[in-house]
Design a protein around this ligand. Structure first.
Ligand code: ASP
Length: 365
């Protein structure tokens, strides 16, 4: 009787062990063969067809497509989501149409000060740089902070000294500055000057920020999932036009402008940074995913089109969940955005009335 019971226990234990081994094998097979997908953005704002020249629109769509395909190629070759978002961001940093790297917006002094961040959803490791100058690819510096330092964020001269160890490419300041950004700064400063004759400076600055949002939001970002099911997010920016006092926005702040966690989702934001910091937007979307188990599209839409909008914060996000589902909601008239979905289909969109996610946009303006 006792021997019989013992034999049954041994059998059950053996069966359980086999089951565990089998499930581990099938899980790793699925995990390394999971769906790949990537989304990128080039900023949100008052982007309207009547203010956009055909050439500029074609150039923007072309650069978005190029960066998207470069990121996707990394994933398709079995590369990591971290490498994919880095590859996409590097190209967007070189594209003068966007507010990152070359083409970054200018400070009140006419200088370029850049911020960038990256996060690994598998380990929750992250790296960021703020207020750096001269580096062609701020995202590379952020990645080195993540992988080669015990820190998460470095800023200014210290960050540049840290980055100088890694043979990263530097450029003269003139290389970063485009005529488009020079003219944008001139117009913003002229508007503020005009306004100052009638009202106080803070009101003038606020007025300008809501009036000329295209000038303020064209940060770049990328989120991706690789074959192993690992999520990553990255963001790079010149911040806001006419910024001063060493202002830093949400883009390099982990949780505000960038967040990734394999358990939930990866997010990169663009918009009026102060609001994204106050509402910890990227983290809030991921946290709500964990707490409520509602779909990503719904969750990101609530944060962007309800929470943020009610607070007066304009902008948008790109986000991808652990199943590779992508959403790109925004509460501005447009957002430069592109995605290659899990089924391999591609979207490159600018305005609120195009693309898969158009229902998520309020198209309010
Ligand atoms: N979020 C960025 C910042 O506030 C601006 C942008 O999205 O273009 O610095």
């Amino acid at each position: 009787m006792y021997r019989l019971a013992l034999t049954s226990v041994t059998r059950i234990t053996t069966a359980l062990a086999i089951l565990i081994v089998l499930s581990t094998i099938s899980w790793s097979t699925v995990a390394s063969d999971g769906p790949i997908a990537i989304a990128i953005h080039g900023g949100a704002g008052t982007i309207s067809r009547d203010q956009m020249s055909t050439e500029r629109e074609a150039a923007i769509r072309g650069e978005l497509k190029k960066a998207l395909e470069a990121g996707h190629a990394v994933l398709a070759e079995g590369g990591s989501s971290l490498d994919a978002v880095t590859a996409a961001i590097r190209l967007l940093e070189d594209a003068p149409q966007f507010n990152a790297g070359r083409g970054a917006v200018l400070t009140e002094q006419g200088k370029v000060e850049m911020d960038a961040s990256i996060m690994d959803g598998r380990t929750l490791e992250a790296g960021a740089v703020a207020s750096i100058t001269g580096l062609r690819h701020p995202i590379d510096a952020a990645r080195h902070v993540m992988t080669d330092s015990p820190h998460v964020m470095l800023m200014g001269k210290g960050a540049e000294t840290f980055a100088s160890q890694f043979d990263l490419e530097t450029m003269d300041e003139a290389w970063f500055i485009t005529d488009f950004r020079r003219e944008q700064l001139r117009q913003i400063q002229a508007q503020i000057e005009d306004a100052q004759t009638q009202e106080n400076e803070t009101a003038a600055l606020n007025r300008t920020s809501s009036k000329d949002s295209t000038a303020w939001y064209s940060t770049v970002g990328a989120v991706a999932i690789d074959h192993d099911g690992n999520l990553a997010a990255a963001t790079s920016t010149g911040g806001m036009s006419n910024k001063r006092w060493g202002r830093v926005g949400d883009s390099p702040i982990i949780g505000a402008g960038t967040y990734a966690n394999n358990q939930t989702c990866a997010v990169s934001a663009t918009g009026h940074g102060e609001y994204f910091i106050r509402h910890v937007v990227a983290y809030d979307i991921c946290a709500r995913m964990a707490y409520t188990a509602r779909p990503l599209a719904h969750t990101a839409d609530v944060v962007v089109n309800q929470v943020l909008k009610a607070a007066g914060g304009s902008g948008g996000v790109i986000a991808i969940d652990r199943f590779g589902r992508i959403t790109m909601p925004f509460n501005t008239p447009g957002m430069y955005r592109a995605a290659i979905y899990r089924d391999g289909s591609m979207e490159v969109s600018i305005y609120g009335d195009e693309g898969r996610d158009q229902k998520n946009s309020t198209n309010a303006h």
